[in-house]
Structures are given as C-alpha cells and as structure tokens.
Design a protein around this ligand. Structure first.
Ligand SMILES: *Cc1c(COP(=O)(O)O)cnc(C)c1O
Length: 452
C-alpha cells in the first residue's frame, strides 16, 4: 500500500515515510491509495483484545512493518491505559452508549494515536540513525498527548505551540511540567488557528523541514487517523448485533480528525449507520453539513477549548473524497479557502453525516442533567454531543476527555470535584514554557537553537 497526497503533487510514500513527513511536501494530507475491505474480517476480530485488534488493523496499512513488531508496539502503547478494556463501552440507556476514550496517560482520546506514534517515531529513529524534531500545534489535548508519547525518548525533540491563555490550566501543566529535557512547550499569542498556521508555514518551507528532519504531530498525521479507526471497530463489535447496522456515532468535533477516522472505517466496510458531527459554538462544520457552505468565522473561546477551531485541518481529507478523489479540485478549493472565501460544495448523493451544535451556556446544563438523571459525569467536550439525539436507533457517544481535565465547569455544574491521581501530581511541579511570537521565523530560529 502506498500513500498519496490530497493535492496530487507528491510522489507516493510508504506508510513509514508518510508518518515521518506528517504533512505531504505539496501541502496536502496523506491518504492510502486504496482502502482495504475489512468487512470479511470483522467476525474474526470480535474476540481480540484492543491491542491485538489495533495490530491486525495496522498490518493492513503498513505491511512493511512485521506483524510481531505491530503486536509489540500496540501492546506497549495500550498497556499505559488505566482500563483493561482500553476503550470501555458503557451503556447509559437502551439507546445510548458512551465510548470512554479517556483512559490513557493524558486523559483524552488523543492518547490512542499519540502513544503509538511515539513508538513509531522511536522505531524510525532507531532504524535511520537520524535525529527527529517533532513539531505540532495544539488546542490543548494533542500537545499533551504528543509530549507524553515522545518525552524522554533518545533521538527525538518535541516542540508544541499553543495559544496563550486558551488551553485549560491542567492541559498546560501536562505539557509544561514533564521535566523532560526533550520537551518544549511554546505559548504563542492568538488562537489555535494562528499556532496551526505557523506550523503549516514551517512545513511549507521544505528545505528547512528536511534539513532538520521535522515531523508534524498534529491531527493531520495519517497514523493518527488510522489509530482512531480502531476504536470505532472495537465499539461496533461490542454492541448488541441488532444495533450495529444503524448505530450513529456521535463525535465531539474540532479538527475533524476523530470523525474522519470513523467515516474511513465505514468506507472500509464497517457497516454502521452514520455519524453526527457535534460542535460547540464554533460551528463551521455544523453550518457546512446543514447548508453545504464552508465559511470561516472568528474563533470564540468556549468551555470545550479543544473544539475551538474554525479551520478544520482534516476536512481536506473528506473534501478529497467528495471531490471525486481529484487533486486538482482539492487544490482549487484549498486556495479559495485560504483566501478566506466562503466555498459552497455540492451535497454528496449519500451522506453519512449529520451535525449538531451546542451553545456555551448549555454545556454546564447538560453536564448537570446527565449527572442528575444518570449519575454519569461528562467533560465539557463530550457534553456537546448530548443534543438532538436520534430516537430511532442506538447512539454511541465518543467521550473524548475525562471530566477531571476540566474541573471548573464540571464542579460548577454538578458540585462534584472530579480529579485524577496523574493530575493531582502535576500541581506541585514547576512549569517550563518557552513563549515566542506567532511567526514562523521566531519558531524556526528556536528549533534550530534547541534541536539536540
Ligand atoms: C481534540 C479534541 C476534540 C476534537 O477532535 P478532532 O479530532 O479535532 O475533531 C474533542 N474533544 C477533545 C477532548 C479533544 O481533545
């Protein structure tokens, strides 16, 4: 299997090359050149552990990595999760299940991909003997998960940009209190989209990124999207058989990476019903799925900061499919979007998506109500999913973070003080940050000065 760019001006890459590059050199995103059909494998996958399932799945996408290495890597990555199921599926009512994706080291779903990505980086630096500099932008959870996947690893430095004052205090502590000498937590002025723009500009300078052996760790890395496919398959296999073919996965969405993974799994033959894209008041995707118009607004801070995004970077992967896998059409649309233009797209003949949005004022109310009605505590991102529930089929809500990561709003809503031992320990550790201007020049100079 080879990996091609959504923009069509990149030679085909192997899995390992695509993972190492992150973003394709032509500015596009990597996708497999064809999708395998998993439908005939599902029955035999039902009895596997989470790590075994992940190993089976990844072998389809990276046959160049031997099966026993995949087994060892997935075992190591998911052993750090604090639930034996890794991704437990909890039944709330006959119609509503919650897939808890927050049992990893940083208590958000990003750990599923980034624990594994850290091990892939380690494997690659060992094989190539080359030092790797990992660069990413985060609205909070990606950065902390990436840092926890890479910290302390020989041959790797990790640089994470985040918007000052716009990530939750505990998220910042997860990034800046590791004490690891290969970790650089870099606050920059502006919003997540500004931080993301700087990262994209730096990768756009291919001479620079190649000379420093730079890899992108934000949600655009193909390994992340693939790692996230696994828990959709896992949850589907855990559902009662009668619920499977119509189940709606409800996905709190920002960069469109999580829900894109589910949709890809469906394209590979996972026979599920569809997806609801759940946004907060940064509702560009809600508007797109209801009107076909993709128009960027200003980012407004919310109780669900990891969804405070108006330029969903993984959306380009979906565009590629709805534009008939024609890179010329993707290039044209991306140029218009970059110029700030509102772009209208023809609705696909069959859509697996619907969308919902939630106001900021509603988020604490939903947390309170779910606690009162079902004694289940939601984090503010997951709360955004609990609106407009389907009544005629089963919903699986993806719980993207632990409530303990966002104690302020959860306490305000429920009176409970959610906590977790790993977060408790962070509070007494010193914070190391490296504030920079939100320009590619400033960040490049910093990387050059600090790369090991
Ligand atoms: C990253 C994140 C999201 C958004 O996921 P995308 O893949 O960017 O759509 C939602 N909730 C939490 C807690 C997150 O960390």
């Amino acid at each position: 299997m080879q990996y091609v760019s959504t923009r069509g001006n990149t030679r085909p890459h192997t899995f390992s090359e695509a993972v190492e590059a992150g973003l394709a050199p032509d500015g596009g995103l990597f996708l497999p050149d064809s999708l395998p059909d998993i439908s005939s494998k599902l029955a035999s996958w039902a009895s596997l552990s989470y790590a075994e399932l992940a190993a089976e799945f990844f072998q389809l996408f990276a046959p160049e990595i031997p099966a026993d290495e995949w087994k060892a890597m997935t075992k190591e990555a998911y052993a750090k999760f604090d639930s034996p199921d890794v991704a437990p599926l909890r039944k709330i009512t006959d119609k509503t299940y919650v897939l808890e994706l927050f049992h990893g080291p940083t208590l958000a779903f990003k750990d599923f991909a980034l624990q594994l990505l850290g091990l892939l980086y380690k494997r690659q630096t060992k094989m190539s003997g080359k030092h790797l500099a990992v660069l990413g932008a985060t609205s909070g959870d990606t950065g902390s998960a990436a840092i926890h996947g890479c910290m302390g690893q020989d041959g790797i430095d990790i640089f994470i940009l985040y918007p000052i004052g716009r990530v939750a205090p505990l998220q910042e502590r997860q990034m800046a209190c590791t004490g690891a000498s290969n970790v650089y937590a870099i606050p920059v002025p502006g919003t997540f989209d500004d931080a993301q723009r700087v990262v994209k500009e730096i990768f756009g300078d291919t001479a620079f990124s190649q000379s420093i052996n730079l890899s992108a760790v934000n949600s655009i890395n193909i390994a992340r999207v693939l790692a996230q496919c696994v828990y959709y398959i896992w949850a589907w296999l855990k559902l009662p058989e009668g619920a499977r073919s119509t189940v709606e996965f409800v996905v709190p969405t920002g960069n469109f990476g999580n829900v894109m993974a589910g949709w890809l799994a469906q394209q590979m033959g996972l026979p599920c019903g569809g997806f609801r894209v759940a946004t907060n008041h940064n509702d560009i995707l809600y508007r797109f799925f209801n009107s076909g118009e993709y128009r960027q607004g200003d980012v407004m801070p919310s109780h669900a900061p990891s969804m405070d995004i108006q330029a969903a970077s993984n959306f380009e992967r979906y565009l590629y499919f709805i534009l008939d896998q024609d890179p010329a059409k993707v290039r044209e649309i991306m140029i218009r979007m970059k110029g700030g233009e509102a772009v209208s797209l023809p609705p696909p003949a069959v859509s697996s998506f619907r969308a919902s949005r939630m106001d900021d004022a509603t988020i604490p109310k939903v947390i309170a109500q779910m606690w009162n009605d079902w004694q289940y505590v939601l984090d503010p991102h997951t709360a955004c999913a609990f609106t407009d529930m389907a009544t005629d089929r089963v919903s699986v809500v993806l719980a993207t973070a632990s409530p303990a990561k966002f104690p302020e709003v959860v306490t305000q809503a429920t009176g409970l003080e959610p906590t977790h031992p790993t977060l408790q320990a962070l509070k007494s550790k010193p914070l190391h940050t490296y504030p920079l201007d939100a320009t590619s020049q400033a960040v490049k100079a910093f990387i050059v000065a600090h790369v090991g």
